[in-house]
Design a protein around this ligand. Structure first.
Ligand code: FAD
Ligand code: PYC
Length: 416
């Protein structure tokens, strides 16, 4: 890879970056690939990267209908944690956490992973019982976490409202020190650059419009840029999962909902951690630029428009005001929505499907950003070997037939 000297930085600045080396190529699609990933979000790009790196599959492509990272990957509030309740999910999210911890080095690209810790607040007796149970379960799985009292929260987080007179007083919290945030688009770009360097074709503006099958097997894809022959297709399209499943002739137990996020004007550093509250229904962190990054729950209706309703904006701001009255005069700069794919048990589906050669990775709902590297890692194994890795075996589509659901509504928390 070409190295940039100070001189070349200056030369590129003066030439308006006209000769700046592209981080990944923009090839035309080939007529055939050994495998194709549909969806150029973080999960799709990570899947392609690990397919090439760990499984030696180099004749592969990622097809993205818009621009890479333009879906939920570029729209989320970037909270990363692994403090899930059940063994299956705790192990999967912890695998991801471990990959996050080495990701900037792995990709030689700064994904700005910041382990500033994540607090999940408790506001009533049942919340506290659930928090204790989850922290204990996490310890049994070797995952870091502690119970923090209200007094300690007041000491650690300046300006948070721990008054016993508030509508939902803060009684305590779980704290995962290794949790934090990462830079969303850097994650997409880092995986894209890494995959491209291993020979993966990343093809943007290339919507998949049909899945061709022969005798119950995938044989190719109809796309906005022509027909592509391939025996293996990994689908990683988040909110569009049900539409792709329709193309393949089966139904996914997934609903698509808008989920909104907000950023404020930049302010001086005031919040050096991540705070989430299920009861008042909000979460907040501060970006390196100084913006407050804020989110809440899904808009209740189903839809595919990447925007949400005004009532959610009002509800979210009320929640944040309740936690941090000091922010009442901070102005909000921007608001947007993504379309999240929610499953009945708040857990993803990662595995094979009724169509041979067709694999799905979806249902991450409101919480898949944290899973990006781990999801790509296990999905690459699944696509390459035509069977799941131990870490994702429980997250099969069949669980909705057998009833072996993994209920993570508590850990999925605020947004679900
Ligand atoms: P996406 O990034 O959405 O990528 C899917 C891609 O598929 C898109 O780029 C889309 O254009 C493409 N595509 C769709 N259909 C087709 C087609 N037919 N052909 C070709 N391409 C197609 N998770 C967390 O862990 N922490 C958080 O703090 C958090 N906050 C969130 C806040 C908001 C507002 C939102 C919306 C989500 C949040 N999430 C969070 C969830 C997280 O963003 C997602 O679970 C995760 O980013 C999903 O990644 P992905 O790569 O699967 O999907
Ligand atoms: O899953 O931690 C999470 C999350 C935070 C905001 C949205 N999802």
């Amino acid at each position: 890879m070409k190295k940039y000297s100070l001189l070349s930085l200056a030369r590129n600045a003066l030439s308006y970056h006209e000769n700046w080396q592209q981080a990944w190529r923009s090839p035309d699609p080939k007529p055939a690939y050994d495998a194709v990933i549909i969806g150029g979000g973080g999960h799709g790009l990570a899947s392609a990267y690990y397919l090439a790196k760990e499984h030696g599959m180099r004749n592969i492509a990622v097809l993205e209908k818009g621009w890479i990272g333009g879906g939920n990957t570029g729209r989320n509030t970037t909270i990363v944690r692994s403090n899930y309740l059940w063994d299956e999910s705790a192990n999967l999210y912890e695998k991801s956490m471990q990959l996050w911890e080495g990701l900037s080095q792995e990709l030689n690209y700064n994904v700005m992973f910041s382990q500033r810790g994540v607090y999940n607040l408790g506001h009533n007796l049942q919340d506290l019982r659930d928090i204790h149970r989850r922290v204990n379960a996490n310890h049994l799985n070797g995952i870091d976490g502690e119970f923090v009292t209200a007094e300690e929260i007041a000491r650690r987080i300046p300006f948070i409202n721990t008054s016993p007179d508030s509508r939902y007083p803060i009684l305590g919290a779980s704290f995962q020190p290794r949790g934090g945030t990462a830079r969303h688009d850097a994650v997409a770009w880092g995986f894209a650059r890494g995959a491209d360097a291993l020979g993966v074709d990343i093809i943007q503006n290339c919507e998949v419009t049909g899945i061709r099958r022969d005798g119950g097997k995938v044989v190719g894809l109809d796309t906005a840029r022509g027909y592509i022959e391939t025996p293996k297709v990994g689908v990683v399209v988040a909110g569009n999962s049900t539409t792709i499943a329709d193309m393949a002739g089966f139904r996914m137990p997934v609903e698509s909902h808008p989920l909104q996020a907000f950023v404020s004007e930049p302010i001086k550093p005031i919040l050096d951690t991540v705070v989430m509250s299920n009861a008042v229904h909000g979460y907040i962190s501060q970006s390196d630029k100084g913006d407050l990054v804020i989110g809440a729950g899904i808009d209740a209706y189903n839809g595919y428009g990447q925007r949400g309703g005004f009532q959610t904006i009002e509800h979210t701001m009320a929640a944040i005001m309740e936690l941090f009255p000091i922010f009442s005069r901070v102005r909000m700069n921007r608001q947007w929505g993504g379309i999240v794919d929610t499953c009945p048990d708040a857990c993803p589906i990662i595995g094979t499907t009724p169509v041979k050669g067709l694999y799905f990775n979806c249902g991450w709902g409101t919480g898949g950003f944290k899973a990006t590297p781990g999801s790509g890692w296990v999905f690459a194994h699944t696509v390459a070997n035509d069977q799941p890795h131990d870490l994702n075996a429980a997250f099969s589509l069949e669980r909705f037939i057998t009833g072996a659901l993994i209920d993570e509504h508590g850990a999925a928390g605020v947004a679900h």
